[in-house]
Design a protein around this ligand. Structure first.
Ligand code: NAD
Length: 282
């Protein structure tokens, strides 16, 4: 088995960020808005806050209960857009059902859109222009593949899942890396024929054991983005890891694969936005 250890790669990215940040008098500022009651989101936000603090960033988390109005979130976003101490704004998704997610994301200043979800940043990415920030999970996946020197140019890459936060931007990034990308989704016919012929499979569906051993050709690189919390409390991915680990060329574990890379990319985005806003370059 050849494991792609996202935890180790993320650790070295975070160490590098800390080193870069230590030379700056002013510290990068991250604002996080949590407006939902989802347990997983609370855990993600706590861990983002903790890591941000450990890097010496200035992080502020705004937690709202269900009585929050669209107007209150909008005022906060306007305030944060104008605040020179805040370089990155993150709205943890999903939001409470009564809130209009698209309107809120579009109100974030694209220059502070640390998740890279704003239509301007997505548009820039699709045009091959440099976005202010690139979506964290796709960015982290490319970094992980590169850290293990997985060839992308000319390779057949199957991305499973077409969400705006993972599948679609990932397909764009891979295309920019000269990979030949197929984007599969819930309506795709005969997924197995696609997985069998792919050099690299990246699954982001949230369906445990969607990818089974009979779907994999020996040596295929398998990246598991899925996270599903089991009744026992443990986390599982989309891939039947135990049965596939000795067939795959490289494989990511869940947890410890893509998850840590997402957080490391988020922190890198905070620093990059800070540097852009303060006209500092690496
Ligand atoms: P989503 O629910 O928005 O999208 C899921 C996608 O999977 C859809 O495009 C759907 O068409 C596709 N799909 C569903 N069933 C399928 C099937 N049987 N065959 C083929 N395609 C199918 O989800 P999302 O927000 O993109 O997240 C996907 C998964 O990745 C979730 O488990 C989520 O928790 C996880 N995730 C992990 C990270 C990380 O950092 N590791 C980050 C974001 C999301």
């Amino acid at each position: 088995m050849k494991l792609m250890n996202g935890k180790n790669v993320a650790k070295s990215i975070l160490e590098n960020i800390k080193e870069r940040t230590s030379s700056y008098e002013k510290k990068p500022g991250l604002a996080v808005i949590l407006a939902n009651n989802d347990e997983a989101s609370k855990i993600y936000v706590n861990s983002k806050e903790k890591i941000s603090d450990s890097l010496g960033f200035k992080s502020s988390v705004y937690r709202f209960n269900k009585s929050v109005t669209q107007g209150e979130i909008i005022s906060l976003i306007h305030e944060l857009n104008e605040d020179s101490e805040i370089n990155g704004i993150l709205v943890q998704l999903p939001l409470y059902n009564h809130l209009n997610q698209e309107q809120i994301i579009e109100l974030i200043d694209p220059k502070k859109d640390v998740d890279g979800f704003h239509p301007i940043n997505i548009g820039k990415l699709n045009c091959g222009l440099k976005p202010y920030a690139v979506c964290c999970t796709p960015k982290g996946i490319i970094k992980l593949l590169k850290a293990y020197k997985v060839k992308l140019k000319g390779q057949s890459v199957l991305v499973i899942g077409r969400s705006n936060i993972v599948g679609k931007p990932l397909a764009t990034l891979l295309t920019l890396e000269d990979a030949t990308v197929t984007l599969a989704h819930s309506k795709t016919k005969d997924l197995k024929s696609l997985t069998k012929n792919a050099d690299i499979i990246i699954s982001a569906t949230g369906h445990p054991k969607l990818i089974t051993a009979d779907m994999i050709t020996k040596g295929t690189v398998v990246v598991d983005v899925g996270i599903t919390r089991q009744l026992t409390g443990g986390l599982v991915g989309d891939v039947d890891f135990e049965k596939i680990k000795d067939i795959a060329g490289y494989i990511t574990p869940v947890p410890g694969g893509v998850g840590p890379m997402t957080i490391a990319s988020l922190m890198e985005n905070v620093l990059e936005l800070f540097e852009q806003q303060n006209k500092r370059q690496e």
